[in-house]
Design a protein around this ligand. Structure first.
Ligand code: C2E
Ligand code: CA
Ligand code: CA
Ligand code: CA
Length: 275
C-alpha cells in the first residue's frame, strides 16, 4: 500500500491477481462504468447468533463488465481507489443502498462499505447527510463499515470525519478487525459502534486452538468496551456453535445466505408499493 502525491491511495500489487495490461483496461473501463449503469448492489444478511433474527444487510458492490463479465470488487476497488474514481462510485453505492433500504418495509439497518479516500474527504460527512435527507433513510438505520487501514492514513482527518458522522446518528463499524494495521489504540481513538471480526479468524475457529483464543479475546474486548461483535464469513454450523457459545452477538456468512439481490419473497423485506 502506498499514498501517492495526489492524495489518493493505492493498494495495488501485480501479485494481487491482476496483470498490468489487464489493469489498464480496468482503469479505463471503470471511468465509464457508472455512466453505463454497469454496477448493482447485492445484500448479505446479518443475523443474531442466538436465534437467527434478521438484524440487517451489508450492501456489496457488483460490477458486470460488458466483455469481462463479473469483475470481483477485491480486484477493481483498489484500482478505483488509486484512480480517485472511488469517490463517485462510493457516492453511488451510498445513495443506492440508502434509497433501497428506505423502501424496505422492515426498518432494518443497512451497512455500507466506505473506502479510505472517502473518509479523508473533508466533505464526506456533509455528503452522507445530503444522501440521508434525499432518500429519507433515518440515520440510525445506516452503518458505515470502515477498515483500520482506511483510518490511519490521516489520523486527525479520520477522527474528525467519524465524529461528524457520529453526530448525525450514523453507526460506524470497524471492518476486518484483526488484519492489516490493527491497533487496539484505534478502538479508543475512534467512535466505533461495532466490531467486525475478519473472516480469516472465523474460518476453522471450531478446530484451531490459536484461532479460537484470538476470537475469544476479541469477544472479550468487545464486551469490555460495550461494542457488539459481528463475526463474518461464517460457513458451517460448527463455526456458528463455537461463536454462539463464546458470546458473539451477531453473525454473517454463507451459512445464512450469500450476498444476493434482495428478493422480497425470500427475505420478507417487502418493498413499499410505488405511489
Ligand atoms: P468485506 O467488506 O470484508 O466484505 C465481505 C466479503 O466476504 C464479501 O466479498 C462477501 O461476499 C464475502 N463473504 C461473505 N460471507 C462469506 C462466507 O461465508 N465465506 C466467504 N468465503 N466469503 C464470504 P465481496 O462481495 O467479494 O467483497 C470483497 C471486498 O470488496 C469487501 O470485503 C470490501 O472490502 C470490498 N467492497 C465490496 N463492496 C464495496 C463497496 O461498495 N465499497 C467499498 N469501498 N468496498 C467494497
Ligand atoms: Ca465490509
Ligand atoms: Ca470485512
Ligand atoms: Ca475485507
Amino acid at each position: 500500500a502506498k499514498a501517492d502525491g495526489r492524495g489518493t491511495y493505492g493498494v495495488f500489487e501485480p501479485e494481487m491477481g491482476i496483470a498490468v495490461r489487464e489493469r489498464h483496461g480496468v482503469e479505463r473501463d471503470l471511468e465509464c462504468a457508472l455512466a453505463r449503469d454497469e454496477f448493482h448492489l447485492v445484500y448479505q444478511k446479518q443475523v443474531a447468533a442466538d436465534g437467527g433474527a434478521l438484524l440487517g444487510f451489508e450492501a456489496l458492490l457488483r460490477w458486470t463488465h460488458p466483455e469481462r463479465g463479473r469483475v470481483p470488487p477485491d480486484l477493481f476497488i483498489p484500482v478505483a481507489e488509486e484512480r480517485g474514481t472511488i469517490s463517485a462510485i462510493g457516492m453511488w453505492v451510498l445513495r443506492t443502498a440508502c434509497r433501497e433500504a428506505a423502501g424496505w418495509e422492515a426498518p432494518l439497518r443497512v451497512a455500507v462499505n466506505v473506502s479510505a479516500v472517502q473518509v479523508h474527504d473533508p466533505a464526506f460527512a456533509a455528503q452522507v447527510l445530503a444522501v440521508l435527507l434525499e432518500t429519507g433513510l433515518p440515520a440510525a438505520r445506516l452503518e458505515l463499515e470502515i477498515t483500520e487501514t482506511a483510518l490511519i492514513r490521516n489520523f486527525d482527518r479520520a477522527v474528525a470525519t467519524l465524529r461528524q458522522l457520529k453526530t448525525l446518528g450514523v453507526g460506524i463499524a470497524m471492518d476486518d478487525f484483526g488484519t492489516g494495521y490493527s491497533s487496539l489504540a484505534n478502538l479508543r481513538a475512534f467512535p466505533f459502534d461495532r466490531i467486525k471480526i475478519d473472516q480469516s479468524f472465523v474460518r476453522n475457529v471450531d478446530t484451531n486452538a490459536q484461532t479460537a483464543a484470538i476470537v475469544r479475546a476479541v469477544l472479550g474486548l468487545g464486551s469490555g468496551l460495550g461494542l457488539p461483535v459481528v463475526a463474518e464469513g461464517v460457513e458451517t454450523p460448527e463455526e456458528l456453535a463455537f461463536l454462539k457459545a463464546a458470546g458473539c452477538a451477531e453473525v454473517q456468512g454463507y451459512l445464512f445466505g450469500r450476498p444476493a439481490p434482495l428478493n422480497p419473497h425470500e427475505t420478507g423485506i417487502v418493498p413499499k408499493a410505488d405511489p
